[in-house]
Design a protein around this ligand. Structure first.
Ligand SMILES: [Zn+2]
Length: 155
């Protein structure tokens, strides 16, 4: 059994830990189909590369990444290009696993108003491109290498 399980809570899905996870531990490995065009559920894994789950069914273990919710105070991040979700802190069994969408997505197709409730909530989540320099610095460790490449590209 994997370390995560997808649950439906009210009208949305959440990904929760099935057991205690230690800081630095790998939670899941990204597997899916590549596309150059993102959507609401894809995860950006390269400059022009977005990963889609093989299945949209929450019971399929390989699709669980598409149900990960955002938090401005996340407990996990994607170690790219390894494509591994890693615990940023100790996570308790049944705790929701969340990551900061702006640490993988350069420019989101579906920006939203965040209600994560953390003290450092950015309110509007639109992608790495729109972060302040201060926020980029704070998220440096969690941010995927392709974001820094995209940022410096001149078209
Ligand atoms: Zn927030």
């Amino acid at each position: 059994m994997g370390l995560v399980k997808v649950f439906k809570k009210n009208n949305y899905f959440t990904v929760v830990a099935t057991k205690n996870i230690s800081k630095g531990e790998s939670i899941l490995k990204l597997r899916g189909a590549f596309s150059s065009i993102p959507d609401k559920y894809s995860v950006q894994i390269g400059e022009k590369k977005h990963l889609f789950a093989f299945s949209e069914k929450p019971e399929d273990e390989s699709s669980s990444f598409r149900f990960l919710n955002h938090s401005c105070s996340p407990n996990s991040f994607f170690d790219m290009p390894k494509g591994t979700l890693v615990a940023l802190k100790d996570i308790m069994e049944n705790e929701e696993i969340v990551f900061h969408y702006c640490t993988t997505e350069y420019e989101m197709t579906s920006p939203f108003m965040c209600l994560c409730g953390s003290l450092n909530c950015l309110n509007e989540i639109k992608g790495y491109k729109y972060l302040s320099e201060k926020n980029k610095t704070e998220l440096l460790f969690q941010s995927s290498p392709h974001l820094k490449i995209l940022e410096t590209e001149i078209f």
